[in-house]
Design a protein around this ligand. Sequence first.
Ligand SMILES: [Zn+2]
Length: 83
Amino acid sequence: MGKIIVWIVVVFVILFVLRLVNAGKARRADDRRARAREEKKATGTMVRCTECGVFLPKIDALPSPQGFRCGDPACAQRHGNAR
Ligand SMILES: [Zn+2]
C-alpha cells in the first residue's frame, strides 16, 4: 500500500515539473511576441517624401527643412538637391 502512495506522489511531482517547464516556455514565447509587436510599433510610422511622394518608414527617412525625404540618391538627383 505504501508503495502505491509513493508512486502516486512521484507521478504528481513529474506532472508538476512538466507543467512548470511548459509555463516557462509559454512565457518566453509571449515575451518574444510582445517584443516583435513593440519593434513593429517603433518602425511603423510612415512619412511621405516631399520630393517624390513615396511613403517610407520614418526610421529610414531623412529629415529636411520641407519635411522628410527618402534616402534614394536618384530622388535627390532628380529634384536637383543632392546631399
Ligand atoms: Zn524621394
